[in-house]
Design a binder for this molecule. Structure first.
Ligand code: PLP
Length: 368
């Protein structure tokens, strides 16, 4: 048997007719940029989150860049970024001329360790970017409290946590702003690149909207040099459809994670993901920690199972940030994840026989 890490065809097959209707309609209307569906999606997504404003853009990296830029973050500023996340969160800060200041992640939730932030704050610190990694939210209560005390902006990275929750509140509703990715493999993915930022801050929203449209509120009134970042009409139409299914898909992920958790609980050599009691984890990634990570990955591959590593290098240890001369002991949890983390297949549409096969093979590897 072959079990891919993710099977987007299995996800899309059940909604193929609806997707075809969308393709047909978008082609009929031929309003490929700034079509009505973009506005409709922005309104629908904001409403689902209970947030005033949503700006649809080209991808999440753009959304974060634009948000930080319009918050005034730039040369000389410092921004707190978790040591273990996708590179977006650090590179965007660097590209603004500011400095990402890495903080280790928590050993239980793998998200920004709030207890280690304070020691990294300086007079130049302007913002914190908590990342709700793998689908579980960071300790937003503690982070927002700290931000209030030190007058810092908080931008949640929700790229992996669509409709995840913390104390019964949705991801993206805690910070001054939040960004989402709709990259095809995310819990809610487009059929190509797409992203958005959300905020209650009307002024910030208007500024970001202008930046994404060449510094203009309409076509030609350029108030400042901006750029171009837009969500295609087609992607917005697809995402509007997917809003109908995301809860069911997340439920499926949670169920699959639960099956893995029950099966692996008998294993001593594998650390399964833990969900903090105040969180609803939406399992974008099912990441286990094991000392035999490379051997397990190789064994699974030989048995037809595709596992992935998120991520092979914690950000301080990438070539991009090698100049900071970080030591392993500076980021012990992130380093442990880098060395031992393995993400097992999990996706809506994953069949019971596929998951049973993965479980059997993991058990076989540990000779249970
Ligand atoms: C995918 C991802 C991003 C980047 O999203 P894009 O839409 O590809 O720019 C940012 N942060 C995290 C945590 C991600 O997983």
């Amino acid at each position: 048997m072959r079990v891919p890490y993710l099977d987007l065809k299995a996800l899309h097959d059940p909604i193929q007719n609806e997707l075809n209707a969308i393709f047909h309609q978008v082609l009929e209307e031929s309003y490929f940029v700034y079509g009505q569906q973009v506005t409709d999606f922005e309104k629908a997504f904001a409403r689902r989150l209970g947030i005033d404003h949503c700006l649809a853009v080209g991808n999440c990296t753009d959304a974060l860049f634009i948000t930080l830029k319009m918050m005034g973050i730039g040369e000389g500023d410092e921004v707190i970024v978790p040591a273990m996340t996708w590179i977006t969160d650090a590179e965007v800060v660097s590209n603004l001329g500011a400095q990402p200041v890495f903080v280790d992640v928590d050993s239980q939730t793998y998200t920004l360790d709030a207890s280690k932030i304070e020691e990294k704050l300086t007079s130049r610190t302007k913002a914190i970017i908590p990342v709700h990694l793998y689908g579980q939210m960071a300790d937003m209560m503690a982070i927002m409290e700290m931000a209030k005390v030190h007058d810092l902006k908080v931008i949640e990275d929700c790229a992996q946590s669509h409709f995840g929750q913390h104390h019964d509140r949705l991801a993206g509703t805690f910070g001054h702003a939040a960004v989402f990715s709709f990259y095809p493999t995310k819990n809610m993915g487009a059929l190509g690149d797409a992203g958005c930022m959300v905020t209650h801050d009307e002024r910030l929203y208007q500024d970001c909207r202008k930046w994404a449209n060449h510094g203009a509120a309409d076509k030609h009134s350029h108030e400042f040099p901006g750029g171009n970042s837009r969500m295609d009409t087609l992607q917005a139409a697809v995402l509007l459809l997917k809003l109908k299914y995301i809860d069911a898909w997340n439920k499926e992920r949670i169920m699959l994670a639960d099956n893995y958790g029950k099966a692996f609980s008998v294993l001593n050599d594998i650390e399964i993901p833990k969900t903090a009691s105040e969180n609803k984890h939406v399992f974008h990634v099912y990441n286990v920690l094991t000392k035999e990570r490379d051997l397990l990955k190789k064994f699974l591959k030989e048995e037809g199972i595709q596992a992935q590593i998120h991520y092979p290098k914690a950000l301080p240890f990438t070539e991009a940030y090698a100049h900071l001369n970080s030591k392993t002991s500076d980021f012990p949890v992130a380093h442990r994840m880098q060395e031992g983390g393995l993400s097992l297949p999990i996706f809506p549409g994953m069949k019971e026989i596929q998951q049973d096969y993965v479980i059997d093979k993991v058990m076989q590897f540990y000779k249970v």
